[in-house]
Design a protein around this ligand. Structure first.
Ligand code: NAD
Length: 446
């Protein structure tokens, strides 16, 4: 390891949230010494680099984002007062194509978190063989504290600030935590107004009436479900006899719970940031969705008993789907996980220490860059459709999504099996190999 890489890693360790307006709470930070999403991502990369035998120079290049932009985003509140928020866009790598990645609105967003998420996007796009590099963006703001008018102004201002580095052939944002198709519509409009013509390919995850793709809104959850069902069968559990717990009931978790339940899996536990619920006989996901629409949380759902959020991760189920935030499975709770299979709907939910513990305990962990790649696959389909101004039917989108997810699953399974690796190490190594190959073929300019 070179001094530069060692130095940047060390400074990350001590200044976990230097750029955030509010404190980052990485659930693992108190137990996995210095664990942050960025140290987790870098440690996964280092393991793959060691396995592939790449040089320090290549390691350094792959560990370091190609471009980072930090912006101040002033917001005029409805009351007339003004506030300032910090925003970021990080392009980790674009050796294989334009950078691609979501936009997150959460108070805990900081530059290091965005760097980690951008790196994972690079591996995800390479692993699923979509012609993109990886990027991520974020604004350290709590969207629940703002009116729609304020969110529109903050989104338009953030878009204007990052305008020089985004574009349908440069960097294409999409929804993530705290953002949705309306956010994408505002970004598309702001970008298009600045260009002087309509540019649907600037974002994915748009409303269908603006050129969004059929099946994009539920694509991540559909992909998670395809992988979860394949993983359960792989360990000899028939999905119709399986039980599951899902952490997070947002864009990914809610539809994952619905699709799993439609596939015959009994979803017995669900949580969100406000609390968790349990029903040994299986939750009625439709009724729960109604309750969440009405109240904003799973808490208080009549068809279940309340449990503690920590208990949810330790439920006696076959399948656990963390679909909320990073670092929730860590050194302090990995030994309590009783699921046979963990399928990562969220990005970075498992720290390297937890990975090790669960592997030793024989738990099959399907990594985020494979399990939740359905979103970026259909984002890619959306971008292709926008660029061709030609729209596919929902059944076409879904069939292509399933084919890509299951072929990646088989590929990772085969690679891991042949080398005795965990699925995460296999998936990361496969992806890193593809990015490194593109880099080598293109050569170093000048
Ligand atoms: P979202 O904002 O729609 O939902 C997040 C959910 O997690 C909410 O229900 C929230 O209450 C819950 N939550 C937050 N903190 C929690 C905690 N500590 N414990 C339990 N629940 C908690 O976000 P999303 O788009 O569903 O994203 C969830 C995860 O999936 C993120 O890691 C995101 O990066 C990842 N992801 C999203 C997509 C996508 O297409 N939206 C694609 C790939 C990966």
């Amino acid at each position: 390891m070179t001094d530069l890489l060692a130095a940047t890693t060390a400074s990350t360790a001590t200044d976990a949230a230097p750029d955030s307006a509010s404190t980052v709470v990485h659930p693992a930070a108190s137990v996995d010494h210095i664990a942050t999403p960025l140290t987790d991502a870098r440690s996964q990369l280092a393991e793959a680099i060691g396995l592939l035998g790449y040089t320090d120079g290549l390691h350094q290049m792959l560990a370091t984002p190609r471009r980072e932009l930090s912006v101040a985003v002033p917001l005029r509140m409805d009351s007339g007062e003004s506030r300032l928020y910090l925003g970021y866009r990080v392009q980790h790598n674009f050796s294989r194509g334009p950078a691609k990645g979501g936009l997150r609105y959460a108070p805990s967003v900081n530059l290091d978190e965005v760097r980690a998420l951008a790196m994972w996007m690079t591996w995800k796009c390479a692993l699923l063989d979509v012609p993109y590099g990886g990027a991520k963006g974020g604004v350290a703001i709590d969207p629940r504290e703002h009116s729609m008018a304020e969110l529109e102004r903050v989104t338009r201002r953030y878009t204007s600030e990052i305008l020089p580095i985004i574009g349908p052939e440069r960097d294409i944002p999409a929804p993530d935590i705290g953002t949705d198709e309306q956010t994408m519509a505002w970004i598309m409009d702001t970008y298009s107004v600045n260009m002087g013509y309509t540019v649907p390919g600037i974002v994915t995850g748009k409303p269908i009436s603006l050129g969004g793709s059929q099946g994009r809104a539920s694509a991540t959850s559909r992909g998670v479900t395809h992988i979860a069902l394949a993983a359960l069968r792989h360990v000899g559990i028939e999905p119709s006899r399986a039980s599951a717990a899902v952490q997070g009931f947002g864009k990914v978790g809610a539809d994952a719970a619905r699709f799993l339940s439609e596939a015959g899996v009994s979803v017995t536990g669900i949580s969100d940031q406000y609390g968790a619920i349990f029903n040994a006989a299986g939750l009625d996901i439709e009724a729960l969705s109604e309750h969440v629409r009405a109240t904003g949380s799973v808490v208080g759902f009549a068809g279940a008993e309340p449990i503690d959020g920590a208990e949810l991760l330790a439920l006696d189920v076959d399948l656990l789907v963390p679909a909320a935030v990073e670092g929730v499975l860590h050194e302090g709770n990995a030994a309590a996980v009783r699921a046979t299979v963990v399928v990562e709907g969220a990005n970075g939910p498992t720290t390297p220490a937890a990975d090790r513990i669960m592997r030793e305990r024989g738990i099959l962990v399907v990594p985020d860059i494979l399990a939740n790649a359905g979103g970026v696959i259909v984002s890619y389909f959306e971008w292709v459709q926008a660029n061709q101004a030609y729209w596919w039917r929902a059944d076409e989108v879904e069939a292509r999504l399933e084919e890509r997810m299951l072929s990646a699953w088989q590929h990772v399974l085969g690679y891991a099996g042949a080398r005795g690796l965990s699925l995460r190490t296999a998936a990361t190594a496969l992806a890193v190999e593809r990015v490194a190959e593109a880099h080598k073929l293109r050569g170093l300019y000048p």
